[in-house]
Structure formats: structure tokens, C-alpha cells
Design a protein around this ligand. Structure first.
Ligand code: PEP
Length: 258
């Protein structure tokens, strides 16, 4: 089964127009035309207000555009929110749903996340579904229970077919922004569990779905993570804001085709 590696930059609430322009020009200058361009798919997820700018900067390259969040409805009286058709109109191909910061800081429930996942699919966007346990849950050895519950919320509402055009990101909350990257073995255990669990519903979809790892991925740990058979790429926060580091992460995952 061939799963082309995918590396996603989550810039969170960071960035300014000038920085974005210079980042993308340098990144495209190095990445496009290199060997990695054929071997690794890259998605940049800026804050919503910069989508148009990034759309224009990446449009003649292979680099794709994603959003960090969306509302589950297509339109309506939801002040401050952005819908899937709006993201689509700005050239987004992907959207992150259920990031742990949305779940913990903005109170998104599993069922909210499932509704957003569905809205993304309906608009033809690829949802990047974030799942993962917090430190207490890992200590209590309920990682698989938590991850299964988060997957079930989508499976029960939308079925396994919804995963045919989705990406999953395993992001242990204790590893996000902390510098405490999961070891490749720890990450692989959970990735394997996710794939095996989905295989119980459809072996074909489970084999095809990309499962990214996120949580303090850096230039120096990407290659080890990429060496694990069920880790198909990375969702990168902090290190995605440094061109050199982000290029090194993409290089780490390039060439890993299963
Ligand atoms: C993230 O924001 O999804 C993330 C993984 O952040 P960091 O790489 O900074 O841990």
C-alpha cells in the first residue's frame, strides 16, 4: 500500500503578512523543484485572515492550503465563524478538526468535532481529524480508550466511508508544544492501534488512510518518526514556523512510501 507522506504546518494564531510572504517564498524556493517535491505532500494552515494571501502565494506550486478550524453549518448567524464552503472558495483542500486546543480551550466536544468533520467532507475538503490523550489519561493507561472514543464519535455519525477521504492526526496532548515528543515506538503503538481499529470496519480504508503524528516534531526527530510503518507524516506546530526546520521535517518524511 502506497501512502504518500503528508506534512502539515499548523501556524496556530501566529504570523503577519510580511513574515508569511517571506516564509512561503523561501520554502517554495527550496522545496519546489527538489526531490522532496515528488515525495512529500505539504499543506500550510495559516490563520483564516491570511488564507487569501497564502492562496495567491502557493497557487502555482504543489504546496496546498488548509485551514485550522471551521463551523459545522454552511451559513447562518454564527458571528466570527467560518464555513466549509467559504474555505473551499479560498482554495483550501484540507481543514484541521478537533485540534486539542479547540477541544480544551474552546470546549469542542466529540460530537461537535464529528459535525465539523462531516461539514468538511460535504464541501470536498479533507478533514484532518486530531485525536489523542492527555497526560493524566496516558498515566492512567487509557490512551486507546480515549482515541477509540474520539474515532467512534465520527464513525457512529458518518460511518467508515467518511474516512476514505480523511486524514487522522494522532497528537498526544502532553507532547504538543512541550518539547516532549512521543518516542517513535510510543507513537507507532497508537498509530497501529488506530489502523487496526479502523480495519475492523474496512481493511481497505484502514490501509489507505494517512495517520500523521503531531507533538513537538522537530528537524532532529522527524526521520526516526518517519521510520515507523504506520506514521505517514506529521502535523507540525512550532517547528513549522522556521523554514529550515520545516524543510528538514519534510525531508525526513520524503521517500517514505509504503
Ligand atoms: C500542533 O499544534 O498540532 C502541534 C503538534 O504543535 P507542536 O508541533 O508545537 O507541538
Amino acid at each position: 500500500m502506497k501512502r504518500t507522506p503528508l506534512v502539515v504546518a499548523n501556524w496556530k494564531m501566529h504570523g503577519q503578512k510580511a513574515w508569511i510572504e517571506s516564509f512561503i517564498q523561501s520554502f517554495i524556493g527550496e522545496f519546489c523543484g527538489s526531490r522532496q517535491e515528488q515525495q512529500c505532500e505539504v499543506v500550510l494552515c495559516p490563520p483564516h485572515v491570511f488564507l487569501a494571501q497564502v492562496q495567491a502565494l502557493v497557487q502555482s506550486s504543489v504546496v496546498k492550503l488548509g485551514a485550522q478550524n471551521l463551523h459545522s453549518e454552511n451559513k447562518g448567524p454564527f458571528t466570527g465563524e467560518v464555513s466549509a464552503p467559504m474555505l473551499q472558495e479560498f482554495g483550501c483542500t484540507h481543514v484541521v478538526v478537533g485540534h486539542s486546543e479547540r477541544r480544551t480551550l474552546f470546549g469542542e466536544t466529540d460530537s461537535d468535532v464529528a459535525a465539523k468533520f462531516n461539514a468538511a467532507c460535504q464541501a470536498g475538503l479533507v478533514p484532518i481529524l486530531c485525536v489523542g490523550e492527555n497526560a493524566q489519561e496516558r498515566q492512567a493507561e487509557v490512551t486507546e480508550v480515549v482515541v477509540q472514543r474520539q474515532l467512534d464519535a465520527v464513525l457512529k455519525q458518518h460511518g467508515i466511508a467518511a474516512f476514505a477521504k480523511a486524514v487522522i492526526a494522532y497528537e498526544p496532548v502532553w507532547a504538543i508544544g512541550t518539547g516532549n515528543t512521543a518516542t517513535p515506538a510510543q507513537a507507532q503503538d497508537v498509530h497501529r492501534f488506530i489502523r487496526k481499529y479502523l480495519a475492523g470496519f474496512s481493511r481497505d480504508i484502514a490501509e489507505k488512510v494517512k495517520i500523521l503524528y503531531g507533538g513537538s516534531v522537530k528537524a532532529d526527530n522527524a526521520i526516526m518518526l518517519a521510520g515507523e510503518s504506520d506514521i505517514d507524516g506529521a502535523l507540525v506546530g512550532g517547528a513549522s514556523m522556521n523554514v529550515k526546520d520545516f524543510l528538514a521535517i519534510c525531508a525526513g518524511f520524503s521517500g517514505r512510501q509504503i
